[in-house]
Design a protein around this ligand. Structure first.
Ligand code: GLA
Length: 389
C-alpha cells in the first residue's frame, strides 16, 4: 500500500493514514438478514483501502482511483452525487455518521477498491465501512463497530436507496481471520466458527450481473413482509419470518398467494439450514455441509427465484468436481458469485476444470478467487522500508 501513500502525497501534498475494510462471502443464510434471521458470512482478503488526512476546513475531498474522479462535499450540507454515483457510498456514510451524533472533521480521502464490483462480494459494504472507519479515526472519535455497521447500513438504505440487510456491513466490521461469523440478525449477537484448516473458500465469479437485481431485491423484501402480515392474522406473536416454523407455514399456507408462500418457505427453511450448518462446523462433520449448501441453492433457485442460468451452471459444474464439499450461489443473486468449500489439495484442479467447463458451456471466462477468511476493518501500518506493497 506504499503506492496508495505515494498517490495520496502527489494528489494532496501530505502524508496519510491508511485504513481498509473487507468484502465478504456468505457461506449460508441467504436473504434471511432482513427477515431477522441467521447468516454465516466470512470477510475475505479483498479490501477497500482508504488513505486519509485531516483538513483545516469542514470539507471532504474524495478521490476514487477506480473511477479516476474527485468529489467534494461540505460536511454542513451533504447532498447526493447523482443517481447510481460511486460517491453516494462515502457521502452517505458521512451523512449517517453525523446524523448519529458524530461530529466529523474535514478530510482528504483517496479510495482504492479491490473487491470486484457488482460481483455480489459486497464492494459497497467495504467502501462504506472503510470510509466510516477512516472518518471516525480522523475525527478522533471512538469506533464502536456495531454502531458503525448500523450507520453504514442506514447510509445504504437511505442515501443510496438500497434496502439491504445488516449482514455485509456487520461482517466487514467484525470479520475474523480463519473464521466465519454466525450472526443473529435480530439481536445482532454473533459467534465465531472456525473454518477447518484443510478446507478452502473458493469463489467463482460468473462474470454476469443481471440488471433486474436491484428492483427484484426490494420486491423480495416486500413479498416477505406481505407473508408476515398475512400470517400475523393467525399468529399474532410473530414479528418476522424468523418467528415462523415450517409446520406453522404449512398449516397456514392457504392464507398466502403461491409466490409469497414460496418466498416464505425459502426463508424459514434457510434459517434452519444455518442452524444445521453451525452444528456441522462445531462437531467437525464437514461432509454434512454439502447437502445443506445444495439445498440452499435449490431453495434460492426454485422458491426465492434469485438465481440465474449462469449461477446454476457454475454450481452444477462444481458439484461434479473432486474434493468439493459443497457449492451454492452467494449474495443477493441474479449473477455474481458462487461459494465452494473445497479440500485444499483439490483446489488447483478445481480451478482449472471449472473454468474450462464453464467457458465451454456459457462462452464466458470466469474469475476464480481463493481467499482465506480475513479480519474486519482496521488501520494498516505502512512501514516504508519493509517492502510492503
Ligand atoms: C445482499 C444484501 C444483504 C443480504 C444479501 C442476501 O448482499 O446486501 O443484506 O440481504 O443480499 O442474503
Amino acid at each position: 500500500m506504499l503506492k496508495l501513500l505515494e498517490d495520496f502525497r502527489s494528489r494532496f501534498g501530505s502524508s496519510a493514514r491508511i485504513y481498509r475494510a473487507p468484502g465478504r462471502v456468505n457461506l449460508i443464510g441467504e436473504h434471511t438478514d432482513y427477515n431477522d434471521g441467521f447468516v454465516m458470512p466470512a470477510a475475505i482478503e479483498f479490501y477497500c483501502w482508504v488513505a486519509a488526512a485531516p483538513r483545516a476546513d469542514r470539507k471532504l475531498v474524495i478521490h476514487s482511483e477506480n473511477y479516476n474522479e474527485t468529489v467534494e462535499a461540505n460536511l454542513e450540507s451533504i447532498v447526493t452525487a447523482g443517481n447510481r454515483h460511486w460517491a453516494n457510498y462515502p457521502l452517505g456514510v458521512a451523512q449517517a455518521l453525523q446524523g448519529g451524533g458524530k461530529r466529523l472533521k474535514g478530510a482528504n480521502l483517496l479510495i482504492h477498491g479491490e473487491v470486484p464490483l457488482g460481483a455480489g462480494l459486497s464492494s459497497s459494504a467495504a467502501i462504506e465501512v472503510a470510509v466510516g472507519f477512516a472518518l471516525l479515526e480522523q475525527s478522533g472519535l471512538a469506533t464502536d463497530r456495531l454502531e458503525l455497521a448500523r450507520l453504514c447500513q442506514k447510509a445504504e438504505n437511505e442515501f443510496v436507496g438500497a434496502r439491504v440487510g445488516i449482514m455485509d456491513q456487520f461482517v466487514s466490521c467484525h470479520g475474523r481471520a480463519a473464521h466465519a461469523l454466525v450472526l443473529d440478525c435480530r439481536s445482532l449477537e454473533y459467534k465465531l466458527v472456525k473454518l477447518p484448516a484443510g478446507i478452502q473458500l473458493v469463489i467463482c465469479n460468473t462474470m454476469v450481473k443481471h440488471e433486474i437485481g436491484g428492483g427484484e431485491y426490494n420486491r423480495r423484501r416486500a413479498e416477505c413482509e406481505e407473508g408476515v402480515r398475512k400470517l400475523q392474522t393467525v399468529l399474532p406473536h410473530i414479528r418476522a419470518l424468523r418467528d415462523v416454523t415450517i409446520a406453522q407455514l404449512e398449516e397456514h399456507r392457504g392464507l398466502l398467494a403461491p409466490k409469497v408462500y414460496s418466498r416464505c418457505r425459502h426463508v424459514v427453511t434457510e434459517n434452519d439450514r444455518v442452524q444445521s450448518a453451525v452444528r456441522a462446523f462445531e462437531s467437525g462433520d464437514i461432509r454434512a455441509l454439502g447437502p445443506l449448501l445444495g439445498e440452499s441453492h435449490r431453495s434460492l433457485r426454485d422458491d426465492y427465484d434469485v438465481s440465474c442460468r449462469e449461477l446454476d451452471t457454475m454450481v452444477d459444474i462444481a458439484g461434479a468436481q473432486r474434493g468439493v464439499i459443497g457449492a451454492r450461489m452467494t449474495g443477493g443473486g441474479f449473477g455474481g458469485c458462487t461459494i465452494n468449500l473445497v479440500e485444499a489439495g483439490a483446489v488447483e484442479g478445481f480451478k482449472k476444470s471449472v473454468a474450462a467447463e464453464y467457458r465451454s458451456r456459457t462462452g464466458l471466462q470466469p474469475e476464480i478467487y481463493v481467499s482465506p477468511a480475513s479480519n474486519g476493518a482496521q488501520e494498516v501500518e505502512v512501514i516504508p522500508d519493509s517492502g510492503a506493497s
